[in-house]
Design a protein. Structure first.
Length: 326
């Protein structure tokens, strides 16, 4: 039995989580779902955005299913990633039939190192000078590179591309590139290449089909994953996972969207696809594929939420997807 800690969070988090849970509970899976509080509301109620009870529950759980983070995101989702040591951030960018986007048919995955780089927060300021320390280690680089190649192997993808800026940051990016090349030699059946990050951004816009799996450092991954989402329709459709050796956190990318919260019109697609990523993580590939196909069929039929030009409410959309699972 898998124990899932469910944290709806802030803004539209409650609405999209309700939609995803409606669909998950249609499946006969050995999961138990336990709800916990975190976010802006928790800060008001308990004086802590991430109460100790919630943190301990997340540590005990097999996975965390998270809705949306508000103003306290750094104290909640960022801290959870650190506390649970979820070193790999997985961001698929897959075009969905029925949604207008720049590149129909595109299907790539960004694998982002999640624990170091400039996002470690080692920043200093003195006498009008600010500086930041970039940390890149061989251990973390090897771990994320192997994760990317194993993902490619598992999903039968053919190519891994490392992104870096080793011509300028010779030590940090140089180390990352070196490690990725070393790891690539262990996977002779998977093609490997690497690009400078600036050139890669141009290629993503002009010819994204040259990519399959992208592996990169923390800050570059943060930027490139949003760029990739824009190629297939935007952040409102983007799921993500944060995976570690023991724990995993699954969250959509769209944020709390306070401007539409409480109106019941939020698009739950990203949350539903995020739940599918959780199912795949636990090996329930057929169930995940069935839900994904149902989402595509509903969208392709024109039954969408207002952000996609339709008039369905959040739960109406979820019900349409659920009906196809019977």
């Amino acid at each position: 039995m898998k124990r899932i800690a469910v944290i709806p969070g802030d803004g539209i988090g409650n609405e999209v989580m309700e939609a995803a849970m409606l669909i998950l509970e249609k499946l006969d899976l050995p999961f138990t779902f336990e709800y916990y509080d975190a976010g802006d509301g928790a800060l008001e109620r308990y004086g802590k955005a991430l109460p100790e009870e919630t943190l301990e529950a997340c540590r005990r759980s097999d996975a965390v299913l998270f809705g949306a983070a508000g103003e306290t995101a750094a104290d909640v989702i960022v801290r959870l990633r650190q506390e649970l040591n979820t070193f790999a951030n997985i961001r698929p960018a897959k075009a969905i039939k029925g949604i207008r986007c720049l590149y129909p048919g595109l299907d790539i995955v960004v694998v982002r190192e999640n624990t170091e780089c400039l996002y470690r927060g080692f920043e200093f300021e003195f006498d009008g000078v600010a500086e930041a320390v970039r940390v890149i280690t061989r251990r973390a680089s090897e771990r994320i590179a192997k994760y990317a190649f194993e993902l490619a192997k598992r999903e039968r993808r053919k190519k891994v591309t490392a992104l870096h800026k080793a011509n300028v940051m010779k030590k940090t990016c140089g180390l990352f590139r070196e490690v990725c090349r070393d790891v690539a030699s262990e996977y002779p059946d998977i093609e490997f290449n690497d690009y400078y990050i600036d050139a890669a951004c141009m290629y993503l816009v002009m010819d994204p089909f040259r990519f399959d799996v992208i592996v990169t450092t923390n800050m570059f991954g943060d930027i490139v994953s949003d760029l990739a989402a824009g190629l297939v329709g935007g952040l409102g459709l983007a799921p993500s996972a944060n995976v570690g050796e023991k724990n995993a956190i699954f969250e959509p990318v769209h944020g709390a969207a306070f401007d539409i919260a409480g109106r019941g019109i939020a698009n739950p697609t990203a949350m539903i696809l995020t739940a599918c990523m959780m199912l795949r993580h636990f090996g329930y590939l057929d169930e995940a594929r069935k839900i994904e196909e149902a989402v595509e069929r509903v969208i392709e039929s024109g039954k969408t939420t207002p952000d996609l030009g339709g008039n369905l409410k959040t739960m109406e959309f979820a019900n349409e997807v659920a009906l196809l699972l019977d």
